[in-house]
Design a protein around this ligand. Structure first.
Ligand code: GDP
Ligand code: IMO
Ligand code: MG
Length: 423
């Protein structure tokens, strides 16, 4: 069998968690392949709401194996808090969650370094989630990181050396901090982590594929936050794109099956960086209010704007998207007209290919489509879709060159419409 991949096509928060949960019954293994607790994946069902950070969104459907892959950076303390909260609500993960020994650890000093680097950048700050993601991946790439597998061999000496190295950097930045309490809790959390199956998950996944089992890989962040293809330097520190699934789980490119690309019917971004279709007006405020566009974890207000098809086409190309999923359609229910950006003007020239100079000088070129002015939140099937909504879908499919197979009309698991199309 193959690994199907579900990943964000915009700047994150597209609704990945919700759809992974919806698709989980069709898979044997659900695996996270990159990112860490910078993610906040929201799931709602039976009147309950859960926000997952490092734990895959396949844990609620029962009987599945969930994997935290080698490409993930894991903070043991945040992981413990997340797993304990889930255990309290009746979801014991010790039997259904495997953690790669090759996943890198986020140390307490990584979090402090994240804050120190942001402070040093001043107005040019990235607006990170402050979870130590950048510094942890920096150590990975510079070959000085600590991995989950290190917990089992001579950990104290390796930890002290890494901490001393980080402290020297912090001193050079004149950054004052106090990690005593956090560090004590973090060290305690290491024992908690050891209760889980720490393994070479690339073997688990490849063996499962060879036995005919199916795997769904869950992306975090979004394509426009990718370290290579995103709006650099305002990006995260991992490969959020489909290729990241191969390195982040240890699966060969030929093992990749469907690539689900997920996007909102409009667009949001949290943190700094270019956002060509951002709306700094009443319309942007309305989208933010109706869409409840505030960070799942940080509570930060998300910047809102119209859908950007230049960026989306780029994301479809980089990822080789085979199926599209459109989220939060209901948020546009009240609009008379809806705009979609089909090109940018740069120095009075129109471009349709996402440019290197993706900065604030890009002026979006819009087409305008009629709104559907219908409450879609209770719809159960595509037969109920208003004509204008179908027209919006057809327009997007035509522009993006892939079918929209799932439409989401509300945050609940049930508010999901699967369209059965002939490919
Ligand atoms: P993720 O990081 O990609 O998993 O997305 P987040 O959980 O950070 O953000 C998506 C937000 O939108 C969450 O609050 C979801 O509960 C909510 N959501 C998901 N799908 C829909 C939808 O179709 N309509 C509405 N109104 N909200 C949705
Ligand atoms: P999910 O998986 C939205 C953004 C941050 C910041 C930049 C770098 O929930 O979609 P980092 O802490 O990774 O160094 O921050 O990336 N960012 C996200 N934005 N959704 C996310 O995850 C994000 N993870 C990171 O706001 O701009
Ligand atoms: Mg999120």
């Amino acid at each position: 069998m193959k690994v199907d991949v579900l990943l964000g096509l915009q700047w994150g928060d597209e609704g990945k968690g919700k759809i992974v949960d919806v698709l989980t019954p069709g898979y044997d293994i659900i695996a996270r392949f990159q990112g860490g607790p910078n993610a906040g994946h929201t799931l709602e069902f039976n009147g309950q709401k859960y926000i997952l950070r490092s734990i895959p969104s396949g844990i609620f459907q029962g009987g599945k194996i969930n994997v935290i892959g080698n490409g993930v950076v894991l903070d043991p303390l945040l992981f413990k808090q997340e797993a304990e909260a889930l255990a309290e609500s009746g979801h014991d993960l010790t039997k259904c969650l495997l953690i790669s020994k090759k996943a890198h650890l986020i140390l307490p000093t990584h979090r402090i370094l994240d804050a120190a680097y942001e402070t040093a950048k001043g107005d040019g700050k990235i607006g990170t989630t402050g979870k130590g993601i950048g510094p942890a991946y920096t150590d990975k790439i510079s070959r000085s990181g600590l991995r989950v597998g290190d917990l089992l061999h001579n950990f104290e000496a390796k930890y002290s050396a890494a901490k001393a190295r980080h402290e020297a950097i912090l001193t050079s930045l004149n950054y004052t901090y106090d990690i005593k309490d956090m560090e004590a809790e973090w060290l305690e959390a290491l024992e908690f982590l050891k209760k889980f199956t720490l393994t070479d998950s690339e073997h688990t996944i490849n063996n499962a594929l060879n036995e005919g089992k199916s795997v769904l890989a869950e992306g975090a962040q979004g394509t426009m936050l990718d370290i290579d293809f995103g709006s650099y330097p305002f990006v995260t520190s991992s490969n959020t794109v489909c290729a990241g699934c191969c390195t982040g789980l240890g699966v060969a490119p030929r093992s990749i099956g469907e690539v689900y690309g997920i996007f909102k019917a409009y667009c949001t971004r949290v943190g700094s960086g270019p956002f060509p279709t951002e709306l700094l007006d009443e319309t942007g405020e309305t989208i933010c209010r109706v869409g409840k566009e505030f960070g799942s974890v940080t509570g930060r207000k998300r910047r809102c704007g119209w859908i950007d098809l230049v960026a989306l086409k780029y994301a479809v190309m980089i990822n080789g998207v085979t199926r599209l999923i459109m989220m939060k359609s209901d948020v546009l229910d009240g609009f008379d007209t809806i705009k979609a950006c089909v090109a940018y003007t740069v120095n009075s020239k129109e471009v349709t290919a996402f440019p290197y100079e993706a900065d604030d000088s890009l002026e979006p070129v819009y087409v305008e489509l009629p709104g559907w002015k219908t409450d879609m939140t209770k719809m159960q099937s595509e037969n109920e879709f208003p004509e204008e909504f179908n027209a919006y879908l057809s327009f997007l499919e035509e522009e993006l060159g892939a079918p929209v197979e799932i439409v989401s009309v509300g945050p609940d698991r049930e508010q999901t419409i699967i369209r059965y199309q002939e490919n």
